[in-house]
Design a protein around this ligand. Sequence first.
Ligand code: MF3
Ligand code: CO
Length: 274
Amino acid sequence: MLTGVELKSDDQIRTMRRAGLITRAALQAARAACVPGATTADVDAAGARVIEEAGATSNFKGYHGYPATLCVSVNEVVVHGIPGDRVLQPGDMVSIDGGAIVDGFHGDSALTVFVGGEEQADPGHVRLSQVTEEILWAGIAAMATGRKVGDIGAAIEARAQELAPDLGLIEDFTGHGIGTQMHMDPEVLNYDAKRKGPKLRPGMCLAIEPMLVAGDIATETLADDWTVVTADGSRASHWEHTVARHARGIWVLTAEDGGAERLAPYGVTPVALD
Ligand code: MF3
Ligand code: CO
């Protein structure tokens, strides 16, 4: 992590929007590739093609030696699943995480998808993903209404408690500042902590990324030094967006509509800079 928070100009935020939309397009292509019989490497290739064709580059590939463009995390894999020859089965839940760099600025986003569609999946698993996405939006809303970065984690935890006290909110991984690097200050906790962090200020760009599990929140990292699984084998979901706060509001850079639809229930209207 760099020390100090990097504040972006409106023009730099516009560049980050371009990175955000390419990131989004890559994830949509990867999501569409999650069909029964496909391998996780096929999913990675679908996302990589979009980034390449857009003339952007992957921020994951080569990051501390990471070997792929996307993280493709199946079922009990929480994050950092390395794409390979694993064959996807109907009902598998797949968290796809990726990002693109455009003109030196980064995007980062993640979503969870069901192989063969939600109809093929256990309703409890579908709920796990839906609640994870919703607590992400609660955290994003708090980036608009909050005073300090720690208000985001407090909102994520409160919404998780409200919607699903039975699900486990992962504490081992956090969101982060993002801009000229993928991972920058500040740390964005996914839970309420005494340490509230820096003030939310115009020019701040954050990747907010909660993870929920069906069981216990203990995680383990496999021998490949990347793959993070739940210790009890329960399923996991991960959702993430890159969000800018500017002088007139927030803008969800990795969402097509800037976050308008999903923020409305929270009384937040995102403001696009384009
Ligand atoms: N996607 C993670 C994040 O959201 C970072 C992945 S590390 C990588 O912060 F090496 F896999 F790229
Ligand atoms: Co991230």
